[in-house]
Design a protein around this ligand. Structure first.
Ligand code: FES
Ligand code: FES
Length: 212
């Protein structure tokens, strides 16, 4: 190897290698393993939310979905995991007044948000009107989809009252009518394998004050 401007001499290479070996020796095998573990540890982040009216503070792996934060960290198991892919609606909760699939959103995206789950809508001794209507109209069989159906149904009526159009709204320039047609369309993302759809529609119509 030539000695000269811009060239690296054999002596330089040997010096650099010796320095690297000395550095590795000073960290030691345990230190290297620790550094590697730290580099590969999943990132955590704090998140504060209000869940069913209570302030909660969590430190979560940033990959945690809102659904898993509710079920696994806050032990609110009323919200169900069906598909975990945004296709069944079993995980529907209400966030800042809007219904969302909690399996499709990361918990850390909800810093400062207000989350309502089925546990926050009512209690066995004081049911939300939609919960009471589901019971009255047999709006369920196995009940697995029911928390998501009820959260969705509550938010659907608010969407229609707020004038938000859907695919079946005749004139999007006007507020949508509170009809079973509108309700059924908006509930189409909540799947019920037991097929309790007609009873769910009756329960919603009762709460909305319209004919089923
Ligand atoms: Fe979220 Fe199915 S579990 S949509
Ligand atoms: Fe069984 Fe809907 S009541 S899936």
């Amino acid at each position: 190897m030539t000695e000269g401007y811009g060239a690296i001499s054999r002596r330089d290479v040997l010096k650099t290698s010796a320095a690297g070996a000395a550095l590795a020796g000073s960290i030691g095998p345990g230190g290297v393993a620790l550094a590697q573990a730290e580099a590969s540890a999943p990132p955590h982040a704090p998140v504060r939310m209000k869940v069913n009216g209570k302030a909660v503070s969590l430190d979560l792996d940033t990959r945690t979905t809102l659904l898993d934060a509710l079920r696994e960290h806050l032990h609110l198991t009323g919200t169900k995991k069906g598909c975990d892919h945004g296709q069944c609606g079993a995980c529907t909760v209400i966030v800042d007044g809007r219904r969302i699939n909690s399996c499709l959103t990361l918990a850390v995206m909800h810093e400062g948000d207000e989350v309502t789950t089925i546990e926050g809508l009512g209690t066995p001794g004081n049911l939300h009107p939609m919960q009471a209507a589901f019971v009255e109209h047999d709006g369920f069989q196995c009940g697995y989809c029911t928390p998501g159906q009820i959260c969705s149904a509550v938010a659907v009526l608010e969407e229609i009252r707020a004038g938000i159009p859907s695919h079946v709204t005749d004139d999007i320039g006007k507020a949508p009518a509170m009809t079973t047609h509108e309700m059924r369309e908006r509930m189409s993302g909540n799947i019920c394998r037991c097929g309790a759809y007609s009873n769910i529609a009756e329960a919603m119509a009762q709460v909305a004050g319209v004919k089923a």
